[in-house]
Design a protein. Structure first.
Length: 217
C-alpha cells in the first residue's frame, strides 16, 4: 500500500439536481464523502454541501479517490426512504473505469466474496470461506493500446468491490494506489473510476428517476 497525504481538491461540489427532499451532486476525485477520524481529514463532501444546504444528510458514500454521482437527503423521511433503497438494492448504479490491458472477452461477470484484510486495512481481499457475496458485471466500451474503457455495474455494494474485482480479473483500475501494480498506478494521475449513473425511486411519489455525472476522463 502506497503512502498517502490527504490533499482534497479546492473546488466546489457541483449540484446536478436540487429537490425539496434530496440533492444530486457530482463528487470530485480526492475528496472524502464524510469526515475522517484525523483532524486534517474533516474537509469532505458532507461538510462542503452542508455549508450551503444545512439540511443535507449523507445517504451513501463513494471512495475518496472515486468521482461521480451521489445523492444526499434533505429530510428525515427522504433519508430513511433512500437509505432503505440502498440497503435493499433497489438502486441501480453504473461506473466508468480505465483498466490496465484489454480483456479477451467483451463482457463478463465477477462473483468473488470479499472481506476486510484486517492487518492491512483499509484493503479488502477475496475470501471464499468468510467473505460476503460480491458481484460485478463488466462490459468493454473501448480498447486502447495499453488500457480499456469499461462499464462496471455492481450488483452488490461491498467496500472497494470494483477495485478488487478488476484487480482479481488481472486488469487493475489505472491510478489505483491500493491495488494496482506500478505500471497501472503510474498510468494515470488519479483513480480512473467514476460513478456515472445513479437510478433511484423519488422519495416523494416513488417514481423511478435517473441521474448522470459527466465523466471527467
Amino acid at each position: 500500500m502506497r503512502d498517502f497525504v490527504y490533499a482534497p481538491p479546492q473546488c466546489e461540489v457541483p449540484i446536478l439536481h436540487e429537490a425539496p427532499d434530496f440533492l444530486i451532486l457530482d463528487k470530485p476525485s480526492g475528496l472524502l464523502s464524510v469526515p475522517g477520524k484525523a483532524e486534517d481529514h474533516q474537509d469532505c463532501v458532507e461538510a462542503r454541501v452542508q455549508a450551503e444546504y444545512p439540511d443535507a444528510r449523507t445517504v451513501h458514500r463513494l471512495d475518496m479517490a472515486t468521482s461521480g454521482v451521489m445523492v444526499m437527503a434533505r429530510t428525515a423521511a427522504a433519508h430513511r426512504h433512500l437509505g432503505l433503497q440502498f440497503e435493499r438494492r433497489h438502486t441501480h448504479k453504473t461506473y466508468l473505469a480505465h483498466i490496465w490491458g484489454c480483456p479477451t472477452d467483451k463482457n463478463g461477470e465477477i462473483n468473488l466474496p470479499l472481506i476486510c484484510d484486517w492487518p492491512n486495512r483499509p484493503l479488502q481481499k477475496v475470501d471464499h470461506d468468510a467473505g460476503k457475496s460480491a458481484q460485478t458485471n463488466w462490459k468493454i466500451l473501448e480498447k486502447f493500446q495499453s488500457h480499456s474503457l469499461v462499464k462496471l455495474t455492481p450488483i452488490t455494494g461491498r467496500s472497494h468491490q470494483l477495485r478488487v474485482h478488476m484487480n482479481e480479473l488481472g486488469h487493475p483500475i489505472l491510478g489505483d494506489r491500493l491495488y494496482a501494480h506500478d505500471k497501472a498506478f503510474n498510468a494515470a494521475p488519479r483513480l480512473r473510476l467514476h460513478a456515472h449513473t445513479l437510478e433511484i425511486h423519488n422519495p416523494t411519489g416513488g417514481a423511478r428517476i435517473s441521474f448522470t455525472a459527466p465523466c471527467p476522463f
